[in-house]
Design a protein around this ligand. Structure first.
Ligand SMILES: [Zn+2]
Length: 93
């Protein structure tokens, strides 16, 4: 009872709640890659059409790791390439 579940000061970012729209072709971009970084996770979005060259319009969204609420779900997606070094040692609360 010491830590209430509702903490308004604890901000998280759910990348899957956001839409990434391309300013060039005016359509929504598709998430194609997820990378875990030391301090930031990087989500890569590309236009999924013939209009844009992904190399030009590719979007990289960086989310500070401690705010990223989408890591688990992102890892389940097929585009996620797991790193060689397993990061299993998550501290249990
Ligand atoms: Zn585009």
């Amino acid at each position: 009872m010491s830590s209430p579940p509702d903490r308004p000061d604890l901000h998280v970012i759910d990348i899957f709640m956001m839409s990434i729209k391309c300013g060039n072709c005016d359509t929504y971009q598709t998430i194609v890659k997820f990378q875990k970084g030391a301090e930031k996770n990087v989500y890569t979005y590309e236009c999924d059409n013939e209009i844009c060259d992904p190399n030009v319009t590719r979007t990289l969204v960086e989310v500070p790791k401690h705010l990223d609420n989408s890591t688990r779900r992102a890892e389940e997606l097929p585009y996620y390439e797991k790193d060689e070094s397993p990061e299993e040692g998550e501290p249990s609360d």
